[in-house]
Design a protein around this ligand. Structure first.
Ligand code: ZN
Length: 63
C-alpha cells in the first residue's frame, strides 16, 4: 500500500491534507493479529463507506 494514494479514487493525498483518514481492517474474530490499512481522502471515505443504516463521518477524526 502506498500511504499517499487514496484507496477509492487512486489520486494522491496531499501531505498537508489534515482530513485524510487511515482505515484499519482486521478479522472480526481476531483469528489472526494481521491488519491491513488503507488511506483515503475524507470525502471519498464518506461517499464510499455508506452503510445500510449508518454513515461514516470522517469529521469526527479531525480536530
Ligand atoms: Zn480519494
Amino acid at each position: 500500500m502506498k500511504d499517499n494514494i487514496c484507496w477509492f479514487c487512486g489520486e494522491a493525498i496531499e501531505l498537508n491534507d489534515e482530513r485524510a483518514v487511515r482505515i484499519t481492517l482486521e478479522n472480526l474474530m481476531r483469528t489472526t493479529d494481521a491488519i491491513q490499512t488503507i488511506a483515503s481522502h475524507a470525502d471519498c471515505a464518506r461517499v464510499r463507506l455508506i452503510g445500510a443504516t449508518m454513515m461514516f463521518d470522517p469529521e469526527v477524526l479531525s480536530d
